[in-house]
Design a protein around this ligand. Structure first.
Ligand SMILES: Nc1ncnc2c1ncn2[C@@H]1O[C@H](COP(=O)(O)OP(=O)(O)OP(=O)(O)O)[C@@H](O)[C@H]1O
Ligand SMILES: [Mg+2]
Length: 98
């Protein structure tokens, strides 16, 4: 099952450092969406916020209409593949996603 993902004025901070100042972006249900940007701009950070591995310092992330900011990772019903093949290095990209 796919969901629409909405980032509404989302903020990410590490201490005094603001990584994502205020991001608003809607990803439609079933949309093939690509995050493209220079190294260090916050792509992985945002994915981790969506999956529940990073805290969210401001704004909201919603799956359809549900705000997921305070829902723990294991209850979000969403997954992510880590940037390095840290978990299953012997599998292909397709197999890791599956
Ligand atoms: N746990 C952390 N503590 C402090 N700063 C962090 C932490 N994780 C990431 N950062 C910083 O946040 C910024 C964004 O990092 P992120 O890994 O999200 O970038 P990225 O867009 O995925 O880069 P790349 O294209 O190299 O994968 C970087 O400046 C990084 O140093
Ligand atoms: Mg990254």
């Amino acid at each position: 099952m796919s969901v629409a993902i909405t980032a509404d004025k989302v903020v990410k901070r590490y201490g005094d450092l603001t990584i994502i100042p205020q991001l608003t972006q809607n990803i439609r249900n079933g949309e093939f969406f690509t995050l493209l940007g220079p190294s260090g701009c916050g792509k992985t950070t945002l994915l981790r916020m969506i999956a529940g591995f990073n805290s969210i310092e401001g704004g909201q992330i919603r799956f359809n209409e549900q705000v997921i900011n305070d829902i723990p990772a294991h209850k979000r019903n969403i997954g992510m593949v880590f940037q390095s093949y840290a978990i299953f290095p012997h599998l292909t990209v397709r197999e890791n996603v599956r």
